[in-house]
Design a protein. Structure first.
Length: 553
């Protein structure tokens, strides 16, 4: 009899090497147990269900060791995807931990270890979902419905991410484009080809249909597990990618029930800004004080280390004390009107023209730690500036000295604002006037002076039309740093512009690419294609050799 094995201590598998590995018999006297044996333990099913979301962050899943500061779970993929484009500017090309993705480094090729990173994480998470579903014989019992619904919803979310990361064309452009192999709770296949977009999104929607039914009566305690509203949100994302506008609008609207958009005070809170669930958060995760990513390596291998700047007094954190902070693209910043409160999430480059004393006084508008942010900008960063530093993601409870507290923050995975923008785009693709009105209503909550048509510069690639360009600009600003940049560039078939007068992108990486950059189509790790003969691969990306001539906006 063939049985899947798990490690009892973890109650979940979070790493894989290949998708067609042999499933071995396990001696019950060893330190590992079969799924059947573990399932017989009291409360085992709920433990397996809990592992689906608890394993999203906190552990060193990729290596088991703490030497990789991007090995901190799901939010790391936000940064990997976002720095591939133009909206997040990396600080250096040497000591910045996201250099590989920003510079189209060799690590993106199938023979390099970093190529294994998404494969290990995502298929490990999928395996957790499959284990839960494998423990259900036939229809789930009343006690199993919630767990089964969570497993179906999360598996759909993981596969949707993978499809958008690995396919070289979106569903709407080419239904036959290859995504990744589908692995379910059934027997492992020795030859498992990459599913087409059509096959993958059919599978995703089937999972979401099941989750929608199973979670109909589920009342969750917090936003750290998905409920039916999150399922609606995932359906909205799927139909947006498929360009099924009627369904994208339908489910984006359904997902919004019970949520309200963040106010200016919530958005810019120096204590709770983007670190604590509020009425707009539909789904999220949280870093815990007991997480290895927090307790080990001075908490430097964590989301907070990368994105929280206001902890210079701690002496730790890559953004605050080592390499320097992430910054917004200078041109994107300049396109945000002064009347739009989201502009205040980023430091005005004009402060760099002030004296040290005047600069720190001006920083008081942005932070409760002006001296610390000044120190980071001028003493830590090789750029010797504070301009365009992001302060969107704040330390927990306004803690500036103790990183072990400051970095135990929550991270949003889905917000109602995203649903509002999906609804507007989908509505406008059916009736542009209706979409413009929805978009305008949204934008005016951020900028009372907003007028439609402000952000439709030709450089956005006019083939998508004025309306969608305007929606895209709102998404770039509203969802900055939340992992959507690559997905939007690919589905809208945009290029990137890093070279322009006044750019803050790094020399040698100031590239202007008119079409979707090749490096946004991830390669599959070679160990998979070696052992799975049916699995094809994407070409190894080749970085541009020289900087582009400055673009004239």
């Amino acid at each position: 009899m063939k049985k899947s094995k798990i490690y009892l201590a973890a109650l979940a598998l979070t790493t894989v090497t290949t998708l067609n590995s042999c499933i071995k018999e396990i001696d019950p006297q060893t330190s590992t147990v079969t799924v059947d044996q573990a399932a017989a333990a009291p409360g085992a099913f709920n433990n397996f269900v809990g592992s689906i979301t608890s394993s999203l962050n906190g552990a060193f899943t990729y290596s088991g060791a703490n030497q990789y500061p991007w090995d901190f779970g799901y939010p790391s993929f936000f940064l990997q995807r976002d720095v591939m484009g133009q909206d997040i500017v990396c600080e250096t090309s040497s000591s910045e931990w996201y250099t590989t993705w920003y510079t189209c480094g060799t690590g993106l090729g199938p023979t390099y270890a970093i190529c294994q990173l998404p494969w290990s994480y995502y298929y490990g998470w999928i395996k957790n979902c499959n284990i839960v579903l494998s423990l259900i014989n036939g229809e789930p019992t009343d006690e199993q419905k919630t767990g089964a619904g969570i497993a179906h919803a999360m598996r759909a979310m993981f596969y949707m991410d993978l499809a958008r990361m690995y396919a070289d064309e979106t569903y709407a452009r080419n239904k036959d484009a290859e995504t990744v192999p589908i692995v379910t709770e059934g027997p492992a296949e020795l030859s498992n080809p990459r599913a087409t977009n059509e096959e993958m999104f059919k599978f995703i929607l089937e999972d979401l249909d099941k989750a929608e039914t199973l979670l109909a009566d589920y009342q969750r305690e917090n936003v750290y597990t998905p409920d039916q509203s999150v399922v609606y949100g995932l359906k909205a994302r799927a139909y947006l990618t498929m360009e099924d506008w009627a369904n994208a609008e339908k489910y984006a609207k359904l997902a919004q029930a019970g949520y309200t958009m963040m106010s200016e005070a919530e958005y810019l809170s120096k204590k709770d800004g983007f670190n604590k669930p509020n009425s707009s958060w539909m789904f999220g995760l949280t870093y815990r004080s007991s997480d290895p990513n927090i307790t080990n390596n001075d908490a430097d291998s964590s989301w907070g280390s990368q994105m929280i700047v206001e902890v210079s007094a701690s002496g730790c954190g890559y953004s605050a004390n080592y390499v320097g902070p992430k910054r917004i693209d200078a041109h994107l910043y300049e396109t945000i009107p002064a009347t739009d409160f989201r502009r205040k999430c980023f430091i005005d480059p004009a402060l760099d023209e002030l004296s040290a004393e005047a600069c720190m006084a001006a920083l008081e508008e942005y932070t409760d730690d002006p001296a610390g942010v000044y120190k980071t900008g001028y003493n830590v960063s090789a750029r010797e500036s504070v301009g365009c530093i992001e302060l969107k993601f704040r330390p927990k409870d306004g803690e500036h000295a103790n990183q072990y507290t400051a970095f135990t923050v929550a991270v949003p995975l889905m917000r109602v604002e995203e649903m509002k923008l999906i609804e507007a785009e989908a509505a406008g693709m059916q009736d542009e006037g209706r979409g413009i009105q929805l978009l305008t209503d949204f934008a005016k909550t951020r900028d009372a002076s907003y007028e439609y048509g402000t952000h439709t510069d030709a450089y956005y690639n006019t083939s998508t039309g004025k309306f969608r360009n305007e929606v895209w600009w709102q998404r770039r600003v509203e969802l900055w740093g939340e992992g959507f940049a690559t997905f939007d560039i690919k589905r809208l078939e945009k290029g990137i512009i890093r070279s322009y007068e006044g750019t803050n992108h790094l020399v040698k990486y100031q590239w202007n690419v008119e079409t979707v950059p090749q490096w946004m189509h991830l390669c599959i790790v070679q160990s998979e294609t070696n052992n799975n003969p049916a699995c094809t691969n994407n070409p190894t990306p080749i970085a541009p050799k020289v900087d582009s001539e400055p673009y004239n906006f």
